[in-house]
Design a protein around this ligand. Sequence first.
Ligand SMILES: Cc1cc2nc3c(=O)[nH]c(=O)nc-3n(C[C@H](O)[C@H](O)[C@H](O)COP(=O)(O)OP(=O)(O)OC[C@H]3O[C@@H](n4cnc5c(N)ncnc54)[C@H](O)[C@@H]3O)c2cc1C
Length: 485
Amino acid sequence: MTARPIPEPFENLHDRILDVVGEEGVVAEAGEMARYLAEERGRFVGKAAFVVRPANTREVAEVVKLCAEAGIGIVPQGGNTSMVGGSIPFEEGDEIVLSLERLNRIRALDADNFTMTVEAGVILQEVQQAAAAADRLFPLSLGAEGSCRIGGNISTNAGGVQVLRYGNTRELVLGLEVVLPDGRIWDGLRALRKDNTGYDLKQLFIGAEGSLGIVTAAVLKLYARPREIVTAFVAVPDPAAALALLSRLRGASGESVTSFEILPRLGLEFTLRHIEGCRDPLEAAHPWYVLVELFGGREDGGLRELLEEALAEALEGSLVLDATLAETEAKRRELWRLREAMSEAQKFEGGSIKHDVSVPVSSVPAFIAEAGALVTELIPGCRPVPFGHLGDGNIHFNVSQPLPEAGGDFAPGKAAYLARWDEMNRAVHDLVVRRFHGSISAEHGIGRMKLAENERFKSAVELDLLRTVKKALDPHGIMNRGKVV
Ligand SMILES: Cc1cc2nc3c(=O)[nH]c(=O)nc-3n(C[C@H](O)[C@H](O)[C@H](O)COP(=O)(O)OP(=O)(O)OC[C@H]3O[C@@H](n4cnc5c(N)ncnc54)[C@H](O)[C@@H]3O)c2cc1C
């Protein structure tokens, strides 16, 4: 039984939904609901009439149908990790949260077709593990993989650390099953590499952040499991050298470069200072680093020698200052930990204003230099920590607050510094879009956080197209309203 009284306008709907999903499928007690109503950073905290947890596609469809009839808004939710407020209801409490967490079955794995059919609530790491158990690779890999769910990954078109080689989630989905805003089920679970029978409807729902329907299952593309993995931590003088090294390695290795992540010295210092068990893998300090990983199809297929030779050559030409290769899996994990801890370590250095942006790969060095100068002019003493996926042009341009000794208005006032968030975002986004023709959201989506910013940059034609699609699929605006468009 539910302990909290259901708000009056929802009583009837609650009871009818309860009939569909049973006691296990409804959460209405305030304490139990809390984890569905806030995301980890605490930036968005919402209210909901109640939370529904259907157990299968039919139940999702019936719940959506009931909400459509009642005109009640639905906020779909996966692992609730996306951090832009897309999975959190608004503060009015007049929506329901529909969690996909109980749709957690792997329906099929076809090793010869290199595909897997999964329900939306399967945790990303479990998808990866199931693929590995069948000697296959599902290449989507990111920091939140232990808690985000594949339906959320699809709905945000997640990227991660292997986009350079395998593409974004959009490239990893062959088919979808979707519950539409009127409760009908679209079965598009095709496992085909080729299908030219008209509009590619699944693409509408990928990256739609729950604004067009609820993804309930997907056919995912699998790859051969790599037999050789070579990982190096490389010091470089500047981002331009890192870019030149990337081009060189891509050419020399026949596109075996799977990850190519850039880290500034300041970011590494934060990690060494604050994150337990991390140590500098190189003897001297250097201004910039890249973490590079290559995947090969054969054990001892010569990738290691290839990387060693390429790095030695780059060292002679001063493109590289120093490097270390992981000799063991434990060492490889240690090197990756330095990259993965970048965001976490910044929390200990006061306020951090964030930008999740992308520019053409070849423009990354110029972007880092110009954005650094821009924010420093805006807030003297602020500390840019640009890091991330140089291989696909996606830089997390995070800026830590000035140190107390740097003086100025914001040292050490975290709140005063963070109050400049929107102003700094606007300046950096202007640079990204107007100068570099980049994107103001490379990975995390639009959600609530970037709605206004997105509209600032989209042309009237593009906004019109987006709104036309939204209206066509969701004429009553019940699916994740107030998000994305
Ligand atoms: C530590 C960390 C590291 C990260 N690193 C990366 C990275 O390297 N690359 C990257 O691209 N992203 C990264 N992210 C963001 C990540 O992509 C998203 O958090 C993740 O893909 C969202 O999955 P989720 O299940 O948590 O979705 P949620 O946060 O629950 O939802 C995200 C959006 O999708 C909607 N939604 C969820 N499920 C469905 C569904 N079944 N049908 C329709 N709509 C749905 C929600 O309404 C919401 O709008 C990172 C996040 C964290 C916390």
